[in-house]
Each structure stands twice: as C-alpha cells, then as structure tokens.
Design a protein around this ligand. Structure first.
Ligand SMILES: Cc1cc2nc3c(=O)[nH]c(=O)nc-3n(C[C@H](O)[C@H](O)[C@H](O)COP(=O)(O)OP(=O)(O)OC[C@H]3O[C@@H](n4cnc5c(N)ncnc54)[C@H](O)[C@@H]3O)c2cc1C
Length: 502
C-alpha cells in the first residue's frame, strides 16, 4: 500500500489535470489515476472562455496553449445570440478555439515538470475514508486490484463519477429533455468547392428550427465538428451509436456548399441533463468539474467551469497539506464554487429554452435579442458566460469594486498569494510573518496611491484597504493564509517588508 500520496485525483480530464498542476506547483505529493490506458485525442469542448485564459495566463501557461489553438473569437454567445467580448474588462477579450484534447495534452505534459504522475489504465472503483485519510481501490490494466492511501481524494472523474456515487452524494436536478449528438467528420466538398477547412470560426446558429440544430466548425485537415439535434435525435439511448444517415441528414441542413461525408472519426450523443452535487466536499473527499455538475454545453462553459473549480481548489488543498491552512479554508471551496456552478446550470437551462421551436420561446428569444443590442445588457451577459464577473463573498468593505473579484492582468507564477503595496508601507511590514505564502511584487499600485490589495493564489482579491491599515491586513492574512510564522512581528514591532518579494 502506497502511503506517500497527499492528494489522489481520479480522472485526467481538464479538471483533474489542472488541479494536478496546481498541486505540483505547490510541491504537494499528488497523483492522478485515469481509467483510460491512453489519451483518445477526442474532444468534447472546443473553447476556453476569457476567465480560463486569464487563469492560464497568470501562471504563464497561456502562450503554449495558444500555440495549440485553432481560432480566436472576440465574441461568445448566449443560445447563439452574439456577445461582444471586446467590451469586457479583461486582458484577454477572446474565446480561444481549441479542442479539449489539446488542452489536456498540454496540462498532462506540463505535469512532468513537477513529477506528478498520471497513472493510466487504473480505474478507481471504491474507497473508504477515516479521520486521517482515504483508502482507495484501483483496478489495474491487468485486472488486478490494488489499494492506494492518500490524505485527500478528489473526484474529477466526469459526469458519471464513481467518487460521487461511492460517496452517496445526492445529485439533484433533472434528466435530459433534448437529445443531441456531436460528430467529428471527414468531408469531401462538391467538385470545385473547398472542403471548408480554412473557413473562419463562426458563432453557432441556434435559431429555433423545427428541423433542429445543425452546424459545422472546421477543425483543420479536412475534419469538421458537426453538432446535430433534431427530431431523429430525440428519445434515442445515449449510448446508441450515431449513424451515418443521421450525420448525412444533418450535413444536408448545414448552410454552405453541399458536402459529402467521407468518414466519421468520432461521434457521441449528449443531452441537456442538468444536475449538481449537493455538496462539493465530504470529509476528505472532494468533487470537481463534471463530477460535481452536469448541464447542456450551451455557450461553451462546462470545461471552463471545471478548470475554474480546480483553480479554486488547488491552492486550498495545498495549504491544508502544507499545514498552514486556516480553519475553514477548505470549506470555502464548496461555499464559493457551488453558487457559481448553480448559476451556470441556470443559464444553460435558459439557453436551451431559447433554442426551442416553440412560439412562446421564440417570443422571449426575440425580446432578449433586442435587449442584447444594448451595450450594457450585452456586456453583463458576456461577462457571465466569459466567467469574468464572478465575485466571491468576502468580509470587508462591500463597496470596494475589487473585493471578491479577480485582479485582471496579474501574474501569479509562483502560486503564492500577492500583496500589492508600497515596499515602505505599514502593510508590507506587517506581512513579514507570512513570507513563503505570499509575495510582494515590485510593481503594484502607484506608490503614492496609499492603497493596498491582497490577492489570493487564484487571483481573487481577498482584502482591499489603506496601506497603513496593518491590523486590517493582518486579519485578512490570518483568515486566508493562516497564522503568521513569526507571531512576534506585530504592529509597533520592527518594520520589515515581506521578504519573499517576487
Ligand atoms: C458535446 C459536448 C460539447 C461540449 N462542448 C463544450 C465547450 O465547447 N466548452 C466547454 O467549456 N465545455 C464543453 N463541454 C463540456 C466539457 O467537455 C466538460 O465539462 C469537461 O470535459 C469536464 O471535464 P472534467 O475533467 O471535469 O471531466 P471529463 O472530461 O469527463 O474527465 C473525466 C476523466 O475521468 C476519467 N474517469 C472516469 N471515471 C474514472 C474512474 N472511476 N477512475 C479513474 N478515471 C476515471 C475519464 O476517463 C476521464 O478521462 C461539452 C460537452 C459535450 C458533451
């Protein structure tokens, strides 16, 4: 039995892999177990929203991900209604067009830097937790079982999560009402026409149509992503193969030149089932990503939601395993992320209604389409889908515009908290006892502004105040970063800047 692992992650999807990177960055002994013996190269999701791009950027991981991308769109959509991302307050006002498999490939390759293993061909089948840890049972590629013990287990094992099932965690919500399918297809264009591979990416047309949804996105190399959802996809078993006839019928409905189906590389059915785990944590077991929530892929949010769960959870689990977490830190994972997930479930349900060919739904859609021509309305919905408007409840001045919001454009490559304050300020001196958990970069607010900000490792501002408010900062540091290492450094004590500037 291996007892050396601090955090075991079940599932090497985007959620599990980003979490593993966060833990690796913090020096946590983590491991990922993945049921599949190798990467499939298949992609459900095809995009990163601006907040996810910011998340990767603040660790310095965006550039290599962009190198693998296919398109950049200055827009998102709500049920196909365009949202202008150029109006967002972000350093990255784009949706990145990138197959999920390429994001996973980057994240898995990057884990080598930290020595965090991805143990493939190992399926987590059961576990039991006690006061000190979790003993998991894994089924290996040869059919042999083994047990692995870890201090914490994270279920990032997708919508049909074994971890969630073994926990017996309620997963309230509803089953799917609308059936759809996705197929990556090789196409031959009619004579004289291009196969469309070089076409720019467009937002999907989700206008209600009794014949159903059918749209194509070029993935390069003559391969296209086809999304189809019409009468023939309703009431079909989710595991039934997608047929060539279904694909041809949908292709015939796609706008543009007629295209001949050469081959289906991969196809799968999905629905608009909408469910959310009642709690994201139970003792030493946590749920993240699709294991914690499922919903329709409307607007392109699921992968993004999961990666942002991972980013919220990573530094908190690291703090717990490193031994400096304040009481209740881990509980803030559920408290902060459950409402964010609930909001995505609500907006995806609303989007699905707006795609129905029902005259009443069409009337609401027309009204919303009109409202979204107003810049402020468009910006608000855009910020929701982009994930840039998330504000976590934080104690402190509720009217401060940044408290609880993310600090855009801030690089946090070390994964530490960050104090933005003048080096000579009282708060910089007060932070000395938290060196090693927070850093103070040279460039912060203007030296003479008198303002200071404390930013968590996930980029959210957890304290905002005057740079002479040493007591206020100390309270915030203790709340988020635990007790100081040297509690003798108190107000009125020796003035020392935090020595871990970076
Ligand atoms: C058709 C479709 C289109 C989509 N498009 C988008 C989009 O454009 N944008 C977007 O943001 N989202 C989209 N999504 C949603 C997105 O794909 C998911 O939200 C995302 O994959 C969730 O990532 P995850 O890591 O939480 O789970 P998963 O990607 O499901 O990964 C879970 C991993 O766990 C493994 N696993 C499962 N059980 C076990 C076990 N017992 N032991 C070990 N390993 C296990 C699985 O093999 C898998 O590798 C789409 C979804 C669908 C169905």
């Amino acid at each position: 039995m291996n007892t050396d692992i601090e955090v075991l992650i079940a599932g090497a999807g985007p959620t599990g892999l980003l979490l593993a990177n966060e833990l690796g960055l913090a020096g946590v002994r983590a491991a990922v177990v993945e049921r599949l013996p190798q990467r499939t190269g298949q992609s459900k999701a095809l995009n990163l929203q601006p907040r996810t791009a910011e998340v990767l950027d603040c660790r310095g991981w965006l550039e290599p991900v962009l190198d693998r991308s296919l398109a950049l769109l200055p827009a998102g959509h709500f049920a196909g209604l365009p949202l202008d991302y150029s109006a967002l307050d972000t350093t990255f006002p784009h949706q990145v067009g990138i197959p999920q498999a390429r994001v996973e490939e980057f994240l898995e390759d990057h884990l080598a830097e930290y020595g965090v293993p991805v143990l493939r061909g190992r399926e987590l089948t059961s576990f039991r937790q006690d006061e000190d840890g979790v003993t998991t049972t894994l089924l290996g590629p040869d059919g042999a079982e083994c047990t692995v013990r870890a201090a914490y287990l994270v279920g990032a094992d997708g919508g049909r999560s074994t971890v969630r099932r073994v926990l017996g965690m309620p997963f309230p919500g509803r089953d799917g009402r609308v059936g759809m399918a996705v197929a990556d297809v090789e196409l031959a264009a009619a004579q004289g026409e291009s196969d469309g591979s070089g076409e720019p990416w467009r937002l999907p047309d989700l206008s209600p149509d009794p014949a159903g949804v059918a749209f194509l996105l070029p993935l390069g190399g003559g391969v296209h992503r086809l999304i189809l959802g019409g009468p023939e996809q309703q009431g079909v078993d989710r595991d039934a193969p997608v047929t060539a006839d279904e694909v041809r019928a949908a292709l015939a409905r796609c706008p543009g030149p007629p295209r001949e189906l050469r081959a289906i590389r991969w196809a799968s059915r999905f629905t608009d089932a909408s469910r959310q785990a009642e709690r994201y944590a139970d003792g030493r077991v946590l749920l993240a990503g699709d294991a914690a929530h499922i919903h329709a892929p409307a607007g392109g949010q699921g992968l993004n939601l999961g990666m942002q769960d991972a980013f919220n959870l990573g530094w908190k689990l690291a703090a717990v395993t490193r031994g400096w977490a304040p009481d209740g830190l881990l509980a803030t994972y559920h408290a902060e992320r459950h409402p964010v997930g609930a909001r995505v479930l609500a907006n995806t349900r609303a989007q699905m209604v707006l795609t129905l060919p029902d005259p009443d739904a069409v009337a609401v859609r027309e009204l919303l389409a009109d409202l979204l021509t107003a810049p402020e309305a468009n910006r608000r919905v855009a910020a929701m889908i982009a994930g840039t408007d998330i504000r976590y409840p934080m104690p402190g001045a509720p009217d401060h515009p940044l408290l609880g919001a993310r600090a855009p454009g801030l690089r946090l490559p070390s994964g530490h908290g960050t104090l933005l304050a003048d080096a000579a300020s009282a708060v910089a001196a007060a932070a000395a006892g938290w060196a090693g958990r927070i850093v103070r970069p040279d460039r912060g607010p203007a030296a003479d502004s008198g303002e200071a900000l404390l930013v968590r490792p996930d980029g959210y501002v957890c304290w905002a105040g005057r740079d002479d408010d040493a007591d206020g900062l100390r309270a915030a540091l203790t709340r988020w970063f635990g007790a100081p290492r040297n509690p003798t450094v108190r107000s009125g004590g020796p003035s020392r800047a935090v020595d871990a500037s970076g």
